[in-house]
Design a protein around this ligand. Structure first.
Ligand SMILES: Nc1ncnc2c1ncn2[C@@H]1O[C@H](COP(=O)(O)OP(=O)(O)OP(=O)(O)O)[C@@H](O)[C@H]1O
Length: 331
């Protein structure tokens, strides 16, 4: 006999990963959306009149984010303006295809879309960067450039907030990675549902408590149009290890992901664990915690034909003076 939905006793379609409760499709939609709405309200993520840029990659997380935020905005009258902002990293056969998905979503969700490319902003595509640097450190370039590109794009659009589709799995992985690296400053920062300091736009993660599996199920049952191919350049071994470790834990204890997040939120930090003090990059004037921002350092290396400048030994020396300043996107 098929399992019964724990809410309405109807026919369950799957078990919720965080608590193994069987649930039917309609109750799942309602619960999923309600939980995100509660996260938004409890954390005061939006205020009336906000103009919010949704980091839209065309992947499952940001597609579901755009769909759900659009729905909740109408349903609960947040009175916010939503725009899709896509960064074209210049990865042939990957980002060009995923951007086609975002273009279809622009029409389907009736949300304006802006596409901004690395080529226009930095003069380099990721394909060109990978030719220089190889496959080992390319995620560093991509993460640093994307982070800044999203901010710049949002500012061009007069947005006052950026939201991304980082989900509970991503955050639990980041917590574990930062613990294992001993990167306490980042550990402190990665827990925040909303980050940003003077001069940068607040960046929010409405899916902080939402399991990736549920995002996939939601997209599947709603038949949302998203692009599901992995980036051809992302080996990212360290995050992969953290992910495998958490998946192992989850098999024994399904609530592991939320438990890790909860533990991270409950940590208290010594006073000497400082968040970086923000200033302005002396070259591009973008907000940063060093005299020259990471994007400009990486760019200088590329333009001088020294692509490892900024990620090699030189960087390690800097790291001893300041807390870690880069890696792949871990905000
Ligand atoms: N090229 C991009 N343009 C705009 N936003 C992006 C882009 N890449 C990533 N993001 C934002 O950062 C979030 C996390 O990105 P990540 O690369 O970890 O992808 P992901 O977990 O596969 O998410 P998604 O399924 O949305 O692609 C995305 O959900 C999206 O909001």
């Amino acid at each position: 006999m098929p399992a019964q939905c724990y809410i309405c006793s109807g026919k369950a379609v799957f078990k919720r990963p965080k608590n193994s409760q069987a649930i039917c499709k309609e109750c799942f939609f309602e619960k999923f959306e309600k939980e995100i709405h509660e996260t938004i309200i409890n954390n005061k993520i939006f205020a009336k009149g906000d103009k919010v840029a949704i980091g839209a990659s065309g992947g499952k997380d940001s597609t579901v984010l755009a769909y759900v935020l659009n729905k909740l905005n109408q349903q609960y009258k947040y009175e916010i303006q939503l725009v899709l902002l896509s960064i074209d990293e210049g990865i042939n056969g990957y980002r060009d295809d995923s951007l086609e998905t975002v273009k279809r979503n622009e029409i389907e969700y009736n949300l304006p879309l802006k596409i901004l490319s690395y080529k226009d902003l930095y003069g380099w595509t990721m394909d060109e960067i990978v030719k220089e640097i190889g496959l080992k450190n390319n995620c560093t370039f991509c993460g640093v450039f994307r982070r800044q590109a999203l901010d710049r794009g949002a500012m061009m659009l007069d947005c006052n907030k950026v939201v991304t589709g980082h989900n509970a799995d991503d955050i639990a992985e980041t917590v574990i990675m930062n613990v294992l690296r001993g990167d306490v400053a980042r550990l402190r920062r990665c827990m925040a549902i909303m980050t940003g300091s003077e001069g940068t736009l607040p960046r929010c993660k409405p899916f902080k408590y939402t399991y990736e599996k549920e995002i996939v199920m939601y997209a599947y049952f709603k038949r949302l149009d998203y692009f599901s191919t992995e980036c051809s350049y992302s080996p990212n071994a360290y995050r992969g290890n953290a992910r495998a470790y958490i998946k192992d834990l989850e098999r024994i204890r399904p609530s592991s992901i939320l438990d890790i997040i909860y533990s991270g939120e409950s940590l208290s930090f010594k006073d000497d664990v400082k968040m970086p003090t923000q200033g302005k990059c002396s070259r591009c004037e973008y907000v940063c915690s060093q005299p020259i921002c990471k994007a400009c350092v990486l760019l200088e290396g590329l333009n001088k034909g020294l692509p490892k400048y900024g990620i090699g030994k030189h960087h390690k020396k800097n790291k001893q003076q300041h807390q870690h300043s880069t890696s792949e996107t871990s905000y």
